[in-house]
Design a protein around this ligand. Structure first.
Ligand code: FES
Ligand code: FES
Length: 137
């Protein structure tokens, strides 16, 4: 399968690979897996407690090129957004940006789920009600 230029770029130069301190109350960790292929994605956010702006994001993904590109893009997109704004990111935007073909759509779903899981973890740590379950197309 031919990957789009943007997938190849994120795959060859992934942004924000790494780990944040999962014990910090400012950090939320999302760990999700795709039943379709067994790929696993971990995405972490660091949230400013005063402004609720996501100041840092890191990921580690064991999976295909599209999953790596989706998580790399997701970390770029959440940085600088508030938690509420980041929750609005949908996998369809990732599909569009990376020009993912239909068989790779679940890779983008993994990235959306990872963002939501990271935010959910952060909310739990900070005594906030968790958001509703995601609605995928
Ligand atoms: Fe190879 Fe997902 S593990 S395509
Ligand atoms: Fe399963 Fe990409 S995450 S093929």
């Amino acid at each position: 399968m031919a990957y789009s230029d943007k997938v190849v770029d994120h795959y060859e130069n992934p942004r924000n690979v790494g780990t944040l301190d999962k014990n910090s109350t400012e950090v939320g960790t999302g760990l999700v897996g795709a039943p379709e292929c067994g790929d696993v994605m971990r995405l972490q956010i660091k949230v400013n407690p005063e402004t609720q702006v996501i100041e840092d994001a890191k990921f580690k993904t064991f999976g295909c090129g599209s999953a790596i590109a989706s998580s790399s893009l997701a970390t770029e997109w959440v940085k600088g957004k508030t938690v509420a704004e980041a929750l609005a990111i949908s996998n369809t935007e990732i599909v569009k940006e990376l020009a993912l073909p239909p068989v790779k759509i679940h890779c983008s779903v993994l990235a959306e789920d990872a963002i939501r899981a990271a935010i959910g973890d952060w909310k739990k740590k900070n005594g906030q009600p968790e958001q509703a379950a995601p609605q995928h197309d």
